[in-house]
Design a protein around this ligand. Structure first.
Ligand code: ADP
Length: 544
């Protein structure tokens, strides 16, 4: 639906009249100033497009608040007028939908102007950031102030930020790689405009907001991750003290079937924290996608890339079929001893592996990038792989128990589906703690292969869920689909919390498949059977 606001076209939120919408835009302008509200299609383009499998999803407007007070006032105005808001922080969300909302017509709340680093405590090793702070910005701040603290950036984007990444439960590669685990204390604007401080921050004048996670009473922080219950405006993140020494352990193996031995080799090292970094085990094609041209001439663009090409190109770049990167940290003597223990174990349990010389390996962009990832330095190398096969990219990221046989089985599920749809399997296993994230890139050509990519993503998601493997995060296009795969009680509880906090469904409707008016199939059946009146449930005006 397209209307005109102030003489300019805008897509309206569902169920909202042009008049109400115009009023909302005026209200938002009063709150943040005219310069920070726009309904202009030209300005909305980046918020509407991603290079995933779905056509653009146009928002109705963008509003850019500069303070938590303004965010609160926006939420109150939106609630009064029933305008859905889609908050974002640094807006990268690469291969998961970038800045796109689930529904068309949302007003994007772009928090990029709120980009202050509010505190860095070098003694207690934490920082407090606003939503617009990027990894690159925080990295520069630490270097400029000579602070011996490390970040934990994700692989693809220095322009992404710790707050947005953490609320999506993103991961990195240092020992602080589970970002939510290493966050502490949030400030959240609730849908009714109130400001909640979580954990220890609930005590007025608290002196432990960002150092003691649990506070008193229920731990609420998790509610504001991978959900749509509020707008997070501050976050404490713990930073890793720069260790006196570190030593990367970089290895390659020559055969695909090695994956079983590799993951079994890694399991005890991860569970005992002998290797405290995330350990990435990447298929050659994943590294090649960032460094080599797609061989259109060989494949005609429709078949998987030939194995002989993969082997030749990998060899030229110091890559094996599997490429293993982990890291040991600590005092020089401890590091030397632990690294030698790991290498010795590798020589026994993975005799087919080649242990790379670190200095030599760092001449290769891929290995240098991996070492940067594991030592807190933002790096762009993997970014280029996103456009390898013509621009389209989407992550598929199920979580798998940390067993070699599970990894093999998982590839057996995944690869035929990629191939059936005419795409390459481009994957890596990231050994986290007791699990491995099997992260795969669905790289496709835009726009020709979008529909096919959509089918492939859906089939992969279902195949993994059928096998008992849940994705840790999905593309916006598959949030509803994935939520519907979960237990009905879980779905109902998510919707009940939504109704309690956001009865009008104002914040990010449909995000992670959560809607205020959502009723699971089993609940509908129960209601039908028991005659529990539907009127007992809060009923938002529009389907949100
Ligand atoms: P990054 O740039 O680090 O990838 P984004 O800013 O793109 O992070 O955020 C990723 C997603 O997380 C957004 O699409 C949005 O759904 C959610 N999100 C981001 N920031 C907030 C926030 N401050 N409050 C609530 N949800 C947020």
């Amino acid at each position: 639906m397209v209307s005109r606001v102030n003489g300019r076209p805008a897509r309206l939120p569902r169920g909202v009249t042009a008049r109400t919408f115009a009023r909302a835009v005026r209200e938002f302008s009063r709150i943040v100033g005219d310069a920070h509200v726009s309904v202009s299609p030209a300005e909305l383009v980046p918020y509407a497009h991603d290079v995933i499998m779905v056509p653009p999803i146009w928002p109705s407007a963008v509003v850019r608040p500069g303070s938590v007070q303004e965010v609160g006032r926006i939420a109150r105005a939106a609630n009064a007028l029933r305008i859905p808001l889609w908050p974002l922080s640094t807006g990268k969300n690469i291969a998961y939908g970038r800045m796109m909302a689930v529904d068309p017509g949302n007003v994007v709340v772009d928090l990029g102007r709120m980009n202050r680093i509010l505190e860095v405590n070098d003694k207690l090793a934490y920082a407090v950031v606003e939503p617009g702070v990027t990894y690159a910005q925080l990295y520069k701040h630490l270097r400029d102030h000579n602070l011996p603290l490390w970040l934990d950036p994700p692989a693809t984007a220095p322009g992404a930020g710790p707050l947005g990444n953490t609320v999506e439960r993103g991961v990195g590669y240092t020992p602080y790689g589970e970002h939510f685990l290493f966050s502490c204390g949030m400030e959240v604007v609730l849908p009714d405009g109130r400001v909640l401080r979580t954990g220890s921050g609930a005590l007025p004048g608290s002196r432990t907001w960002h150092i003691f996670k649990w506070g008193y009473g229920p731990y609420l922080d998790g509610l504001f991750t991978a959900s749509n219950y509020g707008i997070v405006t501050k976050l404490g993140i713990w930073l890793m003290p720069e260790p006196p020494a570190y030593q990367p352990i970089l290895m390659t193996t020559p055969q695909e079937e090695d994956i079983v031995a590799i993951m079994d080799f890694l399991r005890p090292l991860k569970i005992t924290h002998t290797l405290p970094s995330a350990v990435v085990v990447a298929h050659a094609l994943l590294a090649l996608a960032a460094e080599a041209e797609y061989p259109w001439a060989l494949t005609g663009g429709i078949k998987p890339v030939p194995e002989a090409w993969v082997r030749t190109e990998a060899r030229r770049r110091m890559l094996g079929i599997w490429n293993i990167a982990g890291c040991v940290y600590g005092s020089p003597t401890v590091v030397a001893e632990v690294a030698e223990t790991v290498r010795r174990k590798a020589r026994t349990e993975l005799p087919q592996a080649t242990i790379l010389d670190i200095e030599e390996a760092r001449q290769s962009p891929y290995w240098d990038h991996k070492v940067r990832n594991m030592t807190g330095v933002p790096s762009m190398v993997e970014y280029s792989r996103l456009s390898w096969r013509g621009g389209g990219n989407a992550f598929v990221a199920p979580v798998v128990p940390l067993f070699g046989e599970e990894a093999r089985k998982h590839m057996e599920i995944a690869r035929p589906i990629f191939w059936k749809h005419g795409f390459d399997y481009i994957g890596e296993f990231i050994a986290a703690s007791r699990d491995q994230h099997h992260v795969m890139m669905l790289l496709h050509k835009q726009p020709d292969e979008m529909a096919q990519a959509m089918r492939c993503y859906g089939e992969l998601t279902d195949a993994f869920c059928d096998g008992g493997y849940l994705p840790y995060r999905t593309n916006v296009a598959f949030m509803e689909h994935t939520m519907r795969r979960l237990d009905p009680v879980f779905q109902d509880v998510c919707a009940q919390i939504k109704r309690a906090l956001d009865p009008n469904g104002i914040i990010a409707p449909g995000k992670n498949g959560i809607r205020a008016n959502r009723v699971s199939a089993s609940r509908r059946r129960r209601v039908a059977a028991t005659g529990t009146p539907a009127s007992r449930r809060a009923r938002p005006r529009a389907a949100r």
